[in-house]
Design a protein around this ligand. Sequence first.
Ligand code: ZN
Length: 241
Amino acid sequence: MGVTLDLAAFFAHPDDAELVVGGTLAKEAARGRRVAIVDLTRGESGSRGTPETRAAEAAEAARLLGVAHRESLGLPDSRLSPVPDQRDVVVAALRRLQPAVVVAHHWEQRHPDHAAAGRLVAEAAFMAGLRNYRPDLGPASRPRKLVYALSTIEGGELPPSFVVDVTDTWERKLAAIAAFASQFTPAPGETVALPFDRFRENVELAGRRSGSRIGVAYGESFVTREPLIVEDLLSLGGSSI
Ligand SMILES: [Zn+2]
């Protein structure tokens, strides 16, 4: 049974969507759009918390962002790869949810899972539209638009195709990220590579950097492989000087 969504964010691990595009998802949801987050894995390679804790945190974060639907595809964490078996799981999800716009990880990523996730989603978006490809995975359906989100770390060096002003939803994004705080909070006597406060600083920096490109407080940056269509030059947002 098809669901038909406006926007779906397909990211590798629970919390990736919040970190990278949480402000944009909250903004679209507040506009009345039907938004979904699809986590490719359950993040089971994370050292902290049980799968149940992580699932509860993911549900709470989705509620805070106002997204209508969240699910995990249960692909193997730390072993994402654009192979047909994994791609077909994404094809089935795309055909079932039928999002008009899909958001995915940009292909230049430090984390191999993130790079693989971007490729998996792009290839699945193509295959999902082929009528004679795996009809058992649902009727053919292809998203109209695929946009790649620039991550909090690597995103600084890559020029975005466009930036979404997320100043109004920035606090909601931070609240959604904080819903995952247990993942970053060390147990007594334990040390973590990146404490939650440092983590938040990185998110803050990325948001400010993107925002400064368009003259607002906070932004989230995206890339499209194809040029964007402009019907009216006078409707172009932002200022050049
Ligand atoms: Zn991740």
